[in-house]
Design a binder for this molecule. Structure first.
Ligand SMILES: Nc1ncnc2c1ncn2[C@@H]1O[C@H](COP(=O)(O)OP(=O)(O)O)[C@@H](O)[C@H]1O
Ligand SMILES: [Mg+2]
Length: 248
């Protein structure tokens, strides 16, 4: 359904061109749930951004249902059915939450408030709020996730949905991502959370801008757990401190 074919990505920075992704190939089939995991800075969000058309790959192609969408922009890809919930959602300054959800649902006659309840926000408290700095990072994050749930695209990419979300809402979030997954949908969750890695069909480990390991959860998860180095910052054990992104 979604195919990243030999994607390499270089980004222009103040220090010149920086290589970010190298020969990343990933095919994702309808009906399956995937987790992208790996150390901070390994390139997970960049993979999602290339799929969504936010970053333009330096080489390689992106296909959606067999169609080459490499040259399509974000809105065209969104229209095709690809949705991305940002790791750090931009704030559409001044836009009411209600309008944002209505836009996502593509009709203007009322919002399905359930999507807000699903992610632990009371619609009465939030529908009339505005997407600006008056909302906390966690609130913005949840509204972003609710927007993708409302939009219900065929390819749903959630980038670290757990960030800024309390434990109780997190359990609820996992349930709603799982229960809203369909046979004709690809769900991709970028995450370090064991509960999410346990929920998916396949795990992809991204490391140093490449696909380091990939396979069904039961095969890959024990290998990731075995290899402390692969998901921890290199010194996490030496410091006697386990970081949030360590799966152990
Ligand atoms: N717009 C950008 N400009 C410069 N460097 C970037 C940009 N986006 C990502 N990077 C760099 O690319 C690498 C991978 O980033 P990212 O895909 O966000 O990693 P992850 O999501 O796995 O933490 C990091 O080193 C990051 O600093
Ligand atoms: Mg990221």
């Amino acid at each position: 359904m979604l195919l990243l074919d030999n994607i390499s990505l270089e980004l222009e920075t103040d220090q010149g061109k920086v290589p970010i992704l190298h020969d990343v190939s990933l095919n994702m089939d309808a009906g399956k749930m995937y987790a992208l995991t790996g150390p901070n800075g390994s390139g997970k969000s960049s993979v999602a951004r290339v799929a969504m058309g936010i970053y333009k790959q330096t080489s390689g192609k992106v296909f959606y249902n067999g169609e080459d969408i490499s040259e399509l922009n974000i809105s065209e890809r969104a229209r095709r059915g690809i949705g991305y919930a940002f790791q750090h959602p931009p704030r559409f300054k001044g836009m009411p939450v209600k309008d944002m959800l209505e836009m996502a649902m593509k009709h203007a006659d009322g919002v399905n408030c359930q999507v807000l309840r699903d992610i632990g926000l009371c619609p009465e408290d939030y529908l009339e709020r505005t997407l600006d700095n008056s909302l906390s990072g966690g609130e913005i994050k949840r509204i972003e996730i609710a927007t993708i749930l409302a939009q219900n695209p065929k390819v749903r990419i959630f980038d670290e949905p757990e960030a800024g979300i309390d434990l109780w809402s997190f359990e609820q979030l996992i349930d709603v991502i799982g229960s809203s997954h369909r046979e004709d949908t690809v769900t991709v969750v970028i995450s370090h959370q064991e509960k999410i890695l346990n929920m998916v069909d396949e795990i992809v480990l991204i490391k140093d801008g490449t696909v380091n390991m990939r396979g069904d959860r039961d095969t890959i998860w024990p290998q990731i757990k075995e290899s402390a180095e692969c998901s921890c910052r290199s010194n996490c054990r030496l410091e006697g401190e386990i970081y949030a992104d360590c799966p152990r």
